[in-house]
Design a protein around this ligand. Structure first.
Ligand SMILES: C[S@@+](CC[C@H](N)C(=O)[O-])C[C@H]1O[C@@H](n2cnc3c(N)ncnc32)[C@H](O)[C@@H]1O
Length: 306
């Protein structure tokens, strides 16, 4: 059975994953994602901005890391996402740690020099000019504050048990389509962003940039959440008609993940491998800015403020 409507366009025009899929995806990687936050070694009492917080899935992990005197501000341009985040956190142990506000990454609703950490997960893939956006967030950090950007990279995804040629053609077709779709008026999307993040943060003026990679391997038998996530990913690869893939390859690919009788995920040799990136940059307020925020679309941001 297909994971219907895994990709939808939210009210901001972004091609995002359905909330149910995002939640199951998050749960199925709970172990690695918990480790990502622990590895940030946040100080108790820190003030963290969760930039592009979506439905607030990272809030409990961040709340645990900053302790009772810490604070989290979750911001997002999508009201739909913020309403979900607010609903999910109400009546939870962490509800008093967090506030959610509508804002863009490029214009945070706090003063310059306030945040200990700006954390942003699975958002950089949608940024048309990531260097400009990261540079515009930097002044909101305290002296010595950090930015931590977490994202995916489909270049490091492999499925054992699927013909290697078919996988290569599907990945190449998707990558080509992501580049061409911008010209065709779709919102920006780069699912190969993870390995580019360190370069982007350096170009944005951050120093001592550290790249951490998290290998995510799952073997047969898959837990239901991970299976649901993979089925969604497989559909995402060939969504929007997959213009650079033959009909034959598209059907063969979907058959691998949707078949009731010979689904690859039910084969004993099945294994899924991927790598997620967390890239951390340190901010030194005395450092000259390399990149000004003049590239940011101020008209769009003013519209958000209104
Ligand atoms: C794939 S979701 C990720 C949500 C969450 N961080 C997570 O990992 O579950 C991406 C989110 O980024 C938000 N977003 C994209 N561009 C943004 C921008 N420039 N400013 C603020 N939010 C943005 C979208 O509205 C969406 O909720």
């Amino acid at each position: 059975m297909a994971v219907n409507n895994v990709v939808h366009v939210n009210e901001c025009g972004l091609p995002l994953n359905a909330i149910e899929w995002l939640v199951k995806h998050h749960q199925s990687k709970a172990q690695e994602r918990g480790q990502m936050i622990r590895d940030l070694q946040l100080k108790q009492g820190s003030f963290v901005v969760d930039a592009g917080c979506g439905p607030g899935l990272w809030t409990p992990l961040l709340a645990q890391a900053i302790g009772a005197n810490g604070n989290i501000l979750g911001i997002d341009i999508s009201t739909e996402a913020l309403v979900t985040a607010q609903r999910r956190s109400s009546d939870t142990w962490y509800s008093h740690y967090v506030q959610y506000k509508r804002a863009a990454l490029e214009r945070l609703p706090i003063d310059y020099g306030e945040a200990d950490l700006i954390f942003s997960a699975n958002v950089s893939q949608y940024l048309p000019d990531p260097v400009a956006t990261f540079a515009s967030m930097a002044p909101y950090l305290k002296q010595g504050g950090r930015i931590a950007i977490k994202d995916i990279d489909f270049g490091e995804m492999h499925f054992h048990g699927i013909d290697a040629g078919l996988q290569a053609r599907v990945f190449q077709a998707r990558e080509r389509w992501e580049w061409d779709r911008i010209q065709q008026g779709y919102a920006y999307e780069d699912s190969w962003v993870g390995s580019k993040l360190a370069g982007y943060l350096r170009a944005a003026g951050f120093k001592d940039v550290e790249e951490k990679t998290y290998r995510i391997e799952r073997r047969f038998p898959l837990v239901p959440n991970f299976r649901f996530y993979l089925q969604g990913i497989a559909e995402w690869f060939v969504c929007e008609g997959a213009p650079y893939l033959s009909r034959e390859d598209m059907n063969a690919w979907l058959h691998c993940f949707q078949s009731g009788t010979c689904n690859v995920m039910d084969q004993e040799d099945f294994m899924s491998e991927e790598t997620e990136y967390v890239v951390i940059g340190h901010w030194d307020v005395s450092r000259p800015r390399y990149y000004s925020d003049m590239h940011i679309d101020n008209a769009r941001l003013n519209h958000l403020d209104s």
